[in-house]
Design a binder for this molecule. Structure first.
Ligand code: PBG
Length: 301
C-alpha cells in the first residue's frame, strides 16, 4: 500500500510534531506515512503575518494542498487553527494533548527578574497576563520562530521570553525554561499544546484511519476552549485565555479576558459533561460578555 502523505510546515517544531503523529499512526495502523514539507505565507513574510494578524496564515497553504490532493492529511498546532469551519475540510483527530502551559525562558524566575526587565512576547494574551503579574516589566513585542526568540535572550537583547512549554519540548529547548506558569498565573491560549489532524471532508477512509489517534478527552477540552474564542469573536490577537480538562469524567473550563495593560480581568469557570463541551464553552463566553468582556477587549491601550 502507498504511504500516506502528511502535509506539514517545515519548521523544526512542525516537523517534529508531525513525525510524532506519523510514527503513532504507523504503530496503530501499519500504514507508512511520508512527510511533505510545505512553505506557508506565514513562514515567508513576517510583514504579511503582522498584517493578517496571524490568523490562519500557517494553515491555509496546508489546506490548499489537501483540497488539491497533493497531501492526504495535514498536522497543525491546534492553537493556530482559526475557529471558523473551512469548506471541504474536516478535523479528523486531536491526539492526546501535550503540556498546555506557558513558560518563561531566561536566567531567572519571573519574581526574580530585576525591576523594569525586558520580556519578549508577541501575544496580547501573554502581554496582558505578564503585566498583571509584574506591572513594572517592559514587555517587548517580538515575532519569529522559537529559536529566533530564544536567541534574543542569549544575545542580551531581552531578559526573558515567554513561549509555549510544549513547543519548547518539541525543539529540545526545555533546559532554557526558568519557570512554567500555572493556569492561575497565565491562562494558556485555547488549544495550546494540542495538535489537529485535518483531511478532506469527503475522504471517509482517511477519517476512519486518522481517527485511530484521536483522544476524546482532548477533543472535548479543545472544543470548549475554542468555542469560547469563537463566541467572543476573538482570534490569536485577543487577550483571551481558555483552558479545559477532564477530571473524573467532568469537563472543567476556565476562561479569562484580560485588559491589554493587565489592570483588570474577567475570569470565570464552569464544568459539565464532556459531551456538552460546546455548550459549556458557549455559556461561559456568554457570561464573560455579560460581565463586560467586549469592553475589555475593545480597550487597546
Ligand atoms: N503561534 C505559534 C505557535 N503555535 C504553536 C506553538 C507552540 C506549541 C503548541 O502550542 O502546540 C507556537 C509557539 C508558541 O506559542 O510558543
Amino acid at each position: 500500500m502507498t504511504a500516506l502523505r502528511l502535509g506539514t510546515r517545515k519548521s523544526l517544531m512542525a516537523m517534529t510534531q508531525s513525525q510524532l503523529v506519523a510514527d503513532e499512526l504507523t504503530r496503530r495502523t501499519g500504514r507508512a506515512v511520508e512527510l511533505v514539507g510545505v512553505t506557508t505565507e506565514g513562514d515567508v513574510s513576517k510583514a504579511l503575518l503582522a498584517q493578517m494578524g496571524g490568523t490562519g496564515v500557517f494553515v491555509s497553504a496546508l489546506r490548499d494542498r489537501l483540497l488539491s490532493g497533493e497531501v492526504d492529511f495535514a498536522v497543525h498546532s491546534l492553537k493556530d487553527l482559526p475557529t471558523g469551519a473551512a469548506e471541504g475540510i474536516a478535523l479528523a483527530a486531536t491526539p492526546v494533548r501535550d503540556d498546555p502551559r506557558d513558560a518563561l525562558c531566561g536566567p531567572a524566575k519571573l519574581a526574580d527578574l530585576p525591576r523594569g526587565a525586558r520580556v519578549g512576547t508577541g501575544s496580547p494574551r501573554r502581554v496582558a497576563q505578564l503585566k498583571a503579574l509584574r506591572p513594572d516589566l517592559e514587555v517587548v513585542p517580538i515575532r519569529g520562530n522559537a529559536d529566533t526568540r530564544l536567541r534574543k535572550v542569549t544575545d542580551g537583547e531581552l531578559d526573558a521570553v515567554v513561549l509555549a512549554y510544549a513547543g519548547l519540548g518539541r525543539i529540545g529547548r526545555r533546559d532554557e525554561v526558568s519557570e512554567v506558569f500555572e493556569a492561575d498565573q497565565m491562562l494558556p491560549a485555547p488549544g495550546q499544546g494540542a495538535l489537529a489532524l485535518e483531511c478532506r471532508a469527503d475522504r471517509a477512509d482517511l477519517l476512519e484511519l486518522l481517527g485511530t489517534v484521536d483522544d476524546s478527552a482532548t477533543r472535548a477540552a479543545v472544543t470548549a476552549e475554542r468555542t469560547v474564542l469563537a463566541v467572543l469573536e476573538a482570534g490569536c490577537s485577543a487577550p483571551v485565555g481558555a483552558y479545559a480538562a477532564e477530571v473524573e469524567q467532568k469537563l472543567h473550563l476556565t476562561a479569562a479576558v484580560v485588559a491589554y495593560d493587565g489592570s483588570r480581568q474577567i475570569r470565570l469557570s464552569a464544568s459539565g459533561h464532556p459531551g456538552q463541551a460546546e455548550r459549556i464553552g458557549r455559556d461561559l463566553a456568554a457570561e464573560l460578555l455579560a460581565r463586560g468582556a467586549d469592553q475589555l477587549m475593545g480597550e487597546r491601550h
